[in-house]
Design a protein around this ligand. Structure first.
Ligand code: PNS
Length: 156
C-alpha cells in the first residue's frame, strides 16, 4: 500500500496545490497533506486554520487524504512515523526545481525516502500563495486561483 506525503506551507492552499494533491492521490493509495512550519515565512493563517481549510476542500475530492500539521523536527521523521514511501512536490518552473532539488537530495540522504516531482498544470503555473495574498489584499479577483472557501477567508 503506497503512502505519500505532500508537504508545504499552504498559506493558503491554492488550486495549484489542489491539482497536485488530486494527481498524487491517483498514484498513491494514501496522501498525507502536511502543513509544515517554514521558519523563513510568516504565515497569514495558523497551522490549525490551514489544516481546517484543506480538510474542507479535500472532503469534496476523490482520494484517500489525511491532513495534518507538523512543526518540529525533520520532515523525514514525519514520513517515518506514517511509513511513507515517497514525498510529493509540485514543480511550476525551474525556480521551483532549483529550490526543491537540494531538499529532495537531503531528504533522501537522511532517510532514503524518494521525492516524486509532479509538473504543475500550466494553467496554475504562475499561481503562488504569496501572489494570491497580494492580489486579495489589493482588492483583486482571486476566484480563479483558490477555492471559494479560501477566498472568503482571505477577503476577511
Ligand atoms: O511550501 P514551502 O514553504 O515551500 O515548503 C517547504 C517545506 C516546509 C516543505 C520545507 O521547508 C521542509 O520540508 N521543512 C521541514 C524541515 C526539514 O525537514 N528540513 C530539512 C530538509 S528540507
Amino acid at each position: 500500500m503506497a503512502i505519500a506525503v505532500y508537504p508545504g506551507s499552504f498559506d493558503p492552499f491554492t488550486y495549484g496545490h489542489l491539482d497536485i494533491a488530486i494527481r498524487a492521490a491517483k498514484m498513491f493509495e494514501t496522501v498525507h497533506v502536511v502543513v509544515v512550519h517554514n521558519p523563513n515565512k510568516k504565515p497569514r493563517f495558523s497551522a490549525v486554520q490551514r489544516v481546517e481549510m484543506i480538510r474542507e476542500i479535500l472532503d469534496n475530492e476523490k482520494g484517500n487524504f489525511i491532513v495534518n500539521s507538523f512543526d518540529t523536527g525533520l520532515l523525514v521523521d514525519y514520513c517515518k512515523t506514517v511509513n511513507a514511501d515517497a514525498l510529493v512536490k509540485g514543480i511550476r518552473t525551474n525556480v521551483d526545481l532549483d529550490y526543491e532539488l537540494p531538499m529532495a537530495q537531503v531528504n533522501r540522504d537522511l532517510s532514503g525516502i524518494e521525492t516524486v516531482f509532479i509538473p504543475a498544470d500550466p494553467v496554475h503555473g504562475f499561481v503562488s500563495s504569496s501572489l494570491v495574498k497580494q492580489v486579495a489584499d489589493l482588492g483583486g479577483d482571486i476566484s480563479k486561483y483558490v477555492p471559494e472557501s479560501v477566498a472568503r477567508k482571505l477577503r476577511g
